[in-house]
Design a protein around this ligand. Structure first.
Ligand code: ADP
Length: 193
């Protein structure tokens, strides 16, 4: 099994790169943001709860996010690999992911940070707001809150994987195909196992 964390601030291109990796390797793509939006569109209690946080650009509480993620992982016991997109976003989420991998006798193979500066992010997200239809993409203050939450709560997760020798940094301001090539260099043949 090959498990990869796509990491980076909002608008750094995680979803785009996840799509490439799914096509190349057939991995399962788990995006917690997509899962919350799906719950929201189905008007489930989980969706209503998550919405309070998402609309402000805040993180959904760990216990809610972890329970949802765990269920999705357990629904797919036999996949060749998983791309985690938007998870883990806090230290407790990273610790929980570690436990989950151990239970499966698997591990996280790499974390890739897509590095993009804040001004580029704001421009990208405002630009995609028209087509994404996401309420949290349309307002600059909400985008900046999401970025600040990334710096305060999520960025420290990088160090956790860096200490394990698993963290990689890629310039996310390059074109999507250049970023994909850089990720392919990191994932490399290891993903064929
Ligand atoms: P982006 O990376 O563009 O901010 P996502 O689609 O990954 O967007 O997430 C959208 C929102 O969903 C986040 O702002 C947050 O409210 C919530 N969310 C997604 N993943 C998590 C997570 N792992 N922990 C807490 N909240 C999350």
């Amino acid at each position: 099994m090959y498990n990869l964390i796509l990491f980076g601030p909002p608008g750094s291109g995680k979803g785009t790169q996840a799509d490439f990796l799914v096509k190349q390797h057939g991995f399962l793509h788990i995006s917690t943001g997509d899962m919350f939006r799906e719950e929201l569109s189905r008007r489930t209690p989980l969706g209503q709860e998550a919405r309070k946080y998402m609309d402000r650009g805040d993180l959904v509480p760990d216990e809610v996010t972890i329970a949802m993620l765990r269920k999705r992982v357990e629904q797919h016991p036999d996949v060749a690999g998983i791309i985690f997109d938007g998870f883990p976003r806090t230290d407790p989420q990273a610790a929980e992911l570690n436990d989950m991998m151990e239970e499966k006798q698997a591990s996280i193979n790499a974390l890739v940070l897509l590095d993009v500066d804040v001004d580029t992010i704001v421009q990208r997200i405002l630009g995609r707001a028209a087509t994404s239809g996401r309420a949290d993409d349309a307002k600059e203050d909400v985008i900046r809150t999401r970025y600040e939450n990334f710096i305060n709560y999520t960025a420290p997760v990088f160090d956790f994987y860096d200490q394990l020798g698993l963290a990689h940094r890629v310039n996310g301001a390059q074109s999507p195909s250049e970023v994909a090539a850089a990720i392919a260099n990191i994932v490399g043949p290891a993903a064929q196992d």
